[in-house]
Ligand binder design. Structure first.
Ligand code: AMP
Length: 281
């Protein structure tokens, strides 16, 4: 596995691979790798000639007072995990490399970023789309891999790729969970043992909503109330949002029909966790 931290070297290596006609699969991450990331890497490895992983904790997508500084980092451990997953090229640039002094260009997807995490984290998706657009320009992937765990991110990036006519395919991998159902996340590391035990309620409440829908419930408000009550009952947890939206514009729905995304965000102290399911009736 080659490890590269500067753009000149990256472009050189990518140029050579492209010249040979190799298909490139990119897995963008912020590092502190877990099975969720590794599942995307394995898919990228299987479907491409060259698997590129980026590790970059992108300051642009963190708001004021968010956990940019505390965000867990372990580049040496990540190198071992990425190599074991078959990574051919690991790109881990510095902030200055990605955003040199005087940097002034941003990519913004409208509308889809006005709900869910876009409301609680103003500017977050502008940071995500900007860094991912830059990574796409640098790595020129044929396919790029993202997780369903960050559902809104996946929808927003699909919109960006379509609207800007980017010549690549986005592949969205399923949410990988711990044995008890908690969605894997680098941020789970922040949880105290007590919070960790309670955190599974996010997924449990989503599963209960799925069961209610299977039993015939269609009122979004009823489903949201049930999730909200379940989460509000956890000591020390604070519901950021529970929302049910359509899967094109991510607008709240009144009744479940067709495909809908049920998404929750919950704060356990300083730690903000998200989870979601897609239901179809
Ligand atoms: P992050 O390092 O948190 O920015 O995540 C990098 C990529 O891994 C994103 O596309 C995430 O959606 C994806 N990812 C993170 N956690 C999971 C998970 N539990 N299951 C599947 N994909 C995930």
């Amino acid at each position: 596995m080659q490890v590269i931290d500067n753009i000149t070297a990256l472009k050189d290596v990518i140029g050579k691979k492209k010249k040979k006609g190799l298909r490139i699969g990119l897995v963008p991450t912020m590092g502190f790798l877990h099975e969720g990331h590794l599942s995307l890497m394995r898919a990228a490895k299987a479907e491409n000639d060259c698997m590129v992983v980026s590790i970059f904790v992108n300051p642009l997508q963190f708001g004021v007072g968010e956990d940019y500084v505390e965000y867990p980092r372990d580049l040496e451990g990540d190198k071992k995990l990425a190599a074991a997953a078959g990574c051919d090229l690991l790109f881990s640039p510095s902030v200055r490399e990605m955003y040199p002094r005087g940097y002034a260009t941003f990519v913004e997807v409208e509308r889809l970023t006005n709900s869910l995490c876009g409301l609680s984290r103003p500017g977050h998706f502008r940071g995500v789309t900007t860094v991912v657009a830059k990574l796409f320009n640098l790595v020129c992937p044929d396919r790029a891999y993202f997780g369903q765990k960050d559902a809104q991110q996946a929808f927003v990036l699909q919109k960006m790729v379509a609207d800007l006519n980017m010549d690549l395919q986005l592949i969205i991998g399923p949410t990988i969970r711990e044995a008890d159902g908690l969605a894997m996340s680098s941020r789970n590391k922040y949880l105290t043992p007590a919070q960790r035990k309670e955190a599974v309620t996010l997924y449990k409440s989503l599963q209960e909503a799925e069961q209610s829908i299977a039993a015939g419930e269609r009122e979004a408000e009823v489903l949201k109330q049930a999730i909200s009550q379940r989460i509000s009952a956890i000591k020390g947890a604070c519901l950021d949002y529970v929302e049910i939206v359509d899967t094109t514009e991510l607008c709240p729905v009144l009744l479940i029909s067709g495909k809908c995304l049920i998404a929750v965000a919950v704060r356990f102290g300083q730690t903000r966790l998200i989870d979601n399911v897609i239901v179809e009736v």
